[in-house]
Design a protein around this ligand. Structure first.
Ligand SMILES: [Zn+2]
Length: 241
């Protein structure tokens, strides 16, 4: 028996060894993705229930998403973190050559709903049919939304309400994705693009979670993982430059 084993073990080891190079997964090329910090110091967007500006939330989340992307081997480009970009098209100009454009925001509600803001919560994603790649934009929005839902978040559907300022057509109701064709950064991006409203900061309870370490890391992890899921759908950066 020991002699038989001695015969089989080297053969088995050789077969396993010969199989290694072919079966080892090739590590994917780094994904070049623009992470756009929504708004600026001069125009900070919505104001949270606590008085903290949307820009501050967007910047904190964007930095965490960038860190997660770097950890997973991708090559993110952070846009607008200094808070000094006031022209929207400048953001998409800076993103030239990137494979994907993702703008990060935090949500509000229409002014008449502010007194009852506590009943609004959840994330929303937006894509544009005026983007050069609307289908890929929507496909990427879907995989990111799935990651958000897997992390326990739910979509907010309040942007579909048929009132002035909302009335956005839903591209995917279950996943909370809307068409917003004229959103400037989505329309002027030269690559697939989407905008994420991470949650509703005028809702005090939701704002507290969005501003917490747990909330930020949960969101950043889900968004970065979803961007990673989108990788097979995206063109090689060399072909876009
Ligand atoms: Zn915003």
């Amino acid at each position: 028996m020991p002699r038989l084993l001695a015969l089989f073990v080297p053969l088995f080891a050789l077969a396993a060894c010969a199989g290694t190079p072919a079966s080892a997964p090739a590590s994917p090329a780094p994904l070049h993705v623009a992470i756009d910090v929504g708004h600026s110091l001069a125009h900070p967007g919505a104001t949270g229930a606590s008085g903290t500006s949307e820009f501050q939330y967007n910047r904190e989340l964007s930095r965490r998403v960038v860190a997660r992307l770097q950890q997973q081997g991708d090559a993110p480009l952070l846009i607008g973190a200094a808070g000094d970009i006031t022209e929207l098209a400048e953001r998409t100009r800076l993103a030239a050559g990137q494979q994907l454009f993702v703008s990060l925001h935090h949500d509000s509600v229409q002014p008449q709903y502010l007194p009852q803001a506590a009943r609004f919560h959840g994330y929303s994603l937006f894509v544009s049919r005026k983007n050069p790649a609307p289908d890929t934009s929507l496909a990427c929005a879907r995989v990111i939304a799935r990651r958000l839902q897997a992390a326990g978040l739910s979509p907010s559907l309040h942007h579909a309400e048929p009132i002035p300022g909302e009335n956005r057509p839903l591209a995917d109701t279950a996943l909370g994705i809307y068409w917003f064709d004229d959103l400037v950064v989505l329309r002027t991006a030269r690559q697939p693009a989407l905008l994420i409203e991470s949650g509703v900061i005028v809702n005090p309870r939701e704002e507290a979670w969005l501003g917490s370490e747990k909330g930020r890391s949960t969101l950043a992890e889900a968004i970065a993982a979803g961007i990673g899921d989108c990788r097979p759908l995206l063109a090689d950066p060399a072909a876009q430059r």
